[in-house]
Design a protein around this ligand. Structure first.
Ligand SMILES: O=P(O)(O)OC[C@H]1O[C@H](O[C@H]2O[C@H](CO)[C@@H](O)[C@H](O)[C@H]2O)[C@H](O)[C@@H](O)[C@@H]1O
Length: 247
């Protein structure tokens, strides 16, 4: 793999200067692709998988998708051999040719999931999404459910606060095990080649990305919010395409 890409400044902050020897950490939903009405309705532009593959090669392998999505879903949306971390860092696949590593983490009791199902059943359009070690209540199609979903999941986490935490996402509430986050994913990836020693740049759109951004900063790198630096996923994709040319 070559190592020829120098990241250009983001379009909204041109004074930032180019970044050589970068390691790029990219969030998926709302960052690489536009938010859709449902998790399964996301549209991935045809050119995006190949673009990410070329970028990864040009960065000497140091690009990873770091997402709240389950790894299997990421692999379907982006069927290219690049490093990935799914489930908010609970599933790591640093080497795309090796099986993922699954840190030992708790999973919520079945009864919690059943209570979430019962609530969602009363709100047409809402849905529950399963994760390897948790689940999400999505209320984008049933906005009135937001506060009740938050209260229900908060009451569950209060039953076992050492094992689980509540995460607010975009029109969604999620139960996640403690011990995994986008920060743990960045730290694990930065511990070894090809990421170690590079300048990490984490790009995300959501409150769930803040931990990944902070982790990147702790390695002397940068955490960029999509809104501040690019504005939209389309502008980010254009910037990635410019970076991939290596000029
Ligand atoms: O870490 P990310 O890659 O940003 O993933 C965060 C969550 O994204 C998905 O939900 C969000 O996107 C959906 C599709 O655009 C949207 O319908 C939903 O309202 C958003 O919350 C995904 O379903 C979750 O599993 C991810 O954790």
């Amino acid at each position: 793999m070559s190592d020829r890409i120098i990241l250009p400044p983001p379009p909204r902050v041109p004074g930032l200067g180019p970044i050589a020897a970068a390691a790029l950490f990219l969030d998926f939903d709302g960052t690489l692709v536009e938010i859709a009405p449902r998790p399964d309705a996301v549209e991935v532009p045809d050119h995006l998988p190949d673009l990410l593959h070329r970028l990864t090669e040009g960065l000497g392998g140091a690009l990873a998708i770091v997402s709240g999505r389950a790894l299997g879903e990421l692999e379907q949306f982006l069927p290219v051999p690049i490093p990935m971390a799914g489930d908010h860092g609970a599933t790591l696949r640093p080497d795309p040719l090796q099986p993922p590593t699954l840190p030992s983490l708790p999973s919520p009791p079945e009864a919690w999931r059943a209570r979430a199902d019962a609530l969602v059943a009363k709100h047409p359009g809402a849905l529950v999404e399963d994760k390897t070690h948790g689940f999400v209540i999505h209320y984008r199609q049933a906005p009135e459910l937001g506060p009740e979903a938050a209260a229900l999941l908060a009451s569950m986490v209060a039953e076992d606060p050492l094992a689980f935490t509540l995460l607010e996402a975009r029109m969604a509430w999620e139960i996640r095990p403690r011990g995994a986050s986008k920060a743990t994913a960045v730290r694990a990836l930065m511990a070894a080649a090809p990421f170690a020693g590079r300048t990490p740049v984490f790009i995300g759109d959501d409150v769930t990305d803040e931990e990944g951004m902070d982790a990147a900063r702790s390695f002397g790198g940068q955490g960029w919010r999509l809104d501040d630096m690019f504005g939209t996923p389309q502008v980010l994709r254009d910037w990635l395409a410019e970076a991939a040319t290596g000029r």
